[in-house]
Structures are given as C-alpha cells and as structure tokens.
Design a protein around this ligand. Structure first.
Ligand code: 1QQ
Length: 385
C-alpha cells in the first residue's frame, strides 16, 4: 500500500478501532468508592481486594450474560466530601451502572443522597449505622447493622465473663460510632446491665487517659467501645497502661487485623460480633479464603468477605437484567432485580430485607443475616464457644 493510501485509510481504521472498543464497552461498569488512604484504609483496602477477587472470578467464568464486569475504583479517603466527589464522578462521568461503597457510614450519609437522586444503586458493604437504608430506595447494603449484631454480642459477652456492670467509651462525631453507642445504650438497658460511666472522644484523638481514668474509678467489669479500629486499639493499650484488666466489647469497627497490629496481645479477650468468621468452614468460605490468600498473600477479613459477596450478589442480579445500553433504564432494572437475590457466600446465606418504613418516603434494603460472636485470642478473632 502506498503511504498516502495508508494515510487516507488511517482515519477509517481508527474509526473501526473506536467502534470495536465501543462494542467492547458493552462491559458492565461498576463503581467502587472506598477509603484507600487515611485512617479507614485498613477497611477500604480489604474491601477493594474482595471486589477485585470476585470480579476476576466472574470474568474468568465468562462474565454475566456474556458481559465482562469492569470495576472502576476510586479513593474516597474516608472523608465525606471526597465520597461526594467520587460518587459524582462514578455516576455522572464514568456512567457506572451501580456504585459500591463508601467505606464509612459517616461518608454514606453524605454520598448516598446523590445516588438516590440520580436513581443509581449505592451498595454499601461496610455501612452498619442505623438509618443508612432510610436514605432512599436505591440504597442497599449487605453489611449487617449494629442494631442486629450488638444485642447478640452483648448477651454473649455478659454470659462469658459474668459481667454485672460496664463502662462505655465512644466517638461522638462519627455516624457509625455514634449509632453503635445508641444501640449499645438501648441494648444494655434492655439486658439490665448498669452503665458505670459514659465517656466520649473525637475523631483523631490519640490520648484517652482522661476518659480512661474516669472509667477506672467507676470500676466496671467490662468496657463497651463503639469505636473505629485505630482508636479502639489505642484505647485498649492505654487501658492496660493504667493497670486495668477489663475485657472490651465492640462492634463492626473492631473487626480488623489492624486492631492487633497496634494493640498486640492487649487486645485479647475483646468480644465482637460479625456475620463472617475465618473458622466458618462452608465450601463457599473455604474457597474464598484460599483464593484470597493465593491472590494477595494475606488472610482476608470480614470487610473483604462482604465486598466479595456483594459483587456476587450484583452478578446474580445482573443475570436477570436485560441490558439495553440506555443507562438510566438499566440502572433502574438492576435496582429492581436486586431485592430478590439470595446467595450462599463467604459470609453464609445472604438475603435482603426491606428497611424499616419511614413515613412519606421510599426506603432501601438491609442485610438479613445472623451475627456470629467472636473473641480475640492470640492476636486474632476466633469463634466464642
Ligand atoms: C461503618 C462501619 C465501619 C466500621 C466501616 C468500616 O461499620 O462506618 O458503618
């Protein structure tokens, strides 16, 4: 071919290539907003890994109805403002069919209204505060809310240690730690466990001596901690430095290997509830743990397991959706296909449950799953038997 013929045909070739990649763009784009940097990154990185692993599995098996799943992953830094920016990018610029995340409930309260207004599913895999799914019919979560986990956890801890009275410490400026506190307060009243003192801290605090000195003087049998993992670990360490030996009881925030990276053996005897355990030896969980170890060279945690399951939940819903290419229509079709999905995942049997009604408002869907109670032994959580 002459050079000038090549030059003439080049635009046509480029157009053809463009059309090919447009055809290839029938891939299903799924957004993921996760805290990949900042204090919540120990949750966010595990979440990202769980999603990548599951997407690889689905794609290796041929995708969904012939479509490959494409994850578009953005770092929302565990900050509300960034969660809003990332949701906007994923929804309006990338035209994701659905958005997973954000990592913290605190950020979800800021970002999910954007998804609901745009009629795009916001699927939380780690948001456990009350009220998340009251934001609208496009908010879904497979994370089990504190309101379902903490009563079971508290009852088991009280029985295990013979607890008669507890002190509480919590973060009062984070949606999850505050919601966990409200649930603990109601649960303790319900289970008739007196509270010796209630102490609060703010995000980013590193010195808890003032609060812990008051807790020490009130002489509780255990300390209830509605905290994110880094603060919990420092609280535990500082409690031991004050010569206190009380066990801790906590929620979802404590369930990270990070707790033991910082608190080491001082974290032992901490009791925590979760839908996932590495000791749950169902075929689905065994396969998940083995695949995670092979891909990332480390053990998975609850957050990776819930992310992994969430991707499989969406893949199952997508099987029943006939994608048209009209994004607004397809987003709504996916929202309508999700509620009836059930799977047997790494976290066990999973189903959705419609969120409690809110007058004059449509609501989303919560997770219907049992909590398993764990106790920390030798720097990791094991089942409380
Ligand atoms: C929430 C949580 C955190 C512990 C997520 C990592 O449960 O913010 O709802």
């Amino acid at each position: 071919m002459q050079l000038n013929t090549i030059l003439k045909t080049l635009p046509l070739l480029m157009l053809a290539a463009g059309l090919c990649s447009a055809a290839h763009a029938a891939d299903v784009k799924l957004g993921l907003a996760a805290a990949l940097t900042g204090p919540a990154a120990k949750y966010g990185v595990a979440i990202k890994n769980g999603f990548s692993l599951a997407a690889d599995e689905v794609n290796a098996a041929g995708g969904v109805n012939g479509n490959k799943l494409q994850l578009i992953i953005e770092d929302e830094q565990g900050k509300k403002e960034e969660a809003i920016n990332v949701f906007k990018k994923l929804i309006f610029k990338d035209k994701a069919l659905l958005v997973f995340g954000p990592t913290l409930s605190n950020s979800a309260f800021a970002a999910d209204p954007i998804a609901n207004a745009a009629k795009v599913v916001a699927f939380g895999t780690s948001n456990t505060a009350d009220g998340i799914t009251a934001m609208g019919p496009f908010t879904f979560r497979n994370s089990v809310m504190e309101a379902d986990v903490l009563p079971v956890t508290t009852r088991a801890a009280v029985k295990h240690f013979g607890i008669k009275k507890v002190a509480i410490i919590y973060g009062n400026d984070d949606a999850f730690t505050k919601s966990g506190y409200d649930v603990f307060k109601a649960t303790l009243a319900n289970q008739k466990i007196p509270v010796t003192t209630t102490e609060a801290y703010a995000k980013g605090d590193v010195d808890f001596k003032a609060q812990l000195t008051k807790i020490k003087a009130s002489n509780p049998d255990a300390i209830v901690c509605s905290c994110l993992t880094e603060e919990a670990a420092n609280i535990i360490l500082q409690t031991r430095a004050l010569g206190m030996k009380q066990p801790f009881i906590g929620g979802n925030g404590l369930n990270s290997p990070k707790l033991f990276d910082i608190a080491k053996g001082a974290g032992d005897d901490t009791i925590m509830g979760s839908p996932w355990s590495s000791e749950n030896l169902t075929p689905a969980n065994k396969a998940f743990i083995a695949a995670y170890k092979a891909k990332f060279g480390s053990d998975p945690d609850q957050f990776a397991a819930q992310a992994y399951d969430a991707l499989h939940v969406v893949a199952a819903a997508l099987k029943n959706v006939k994608l048209t290419g009209a994004i607004d229509k397809d987003r709504i079709a996916l929202q309508q296909a999700l509620p009836s999905v059930t799977i047997e995942g790494a976290t066990g049997k999973f189903a959705f449950r419609k969120a409690p009604p809110v007058t004059g408002k449509e609501v989303g869907y919560d997770a219907q799953q049992e909590a398993i109670v764990n106790i920390a032994k030798g720097g990791k959580f094991v089942l409380l038997k």
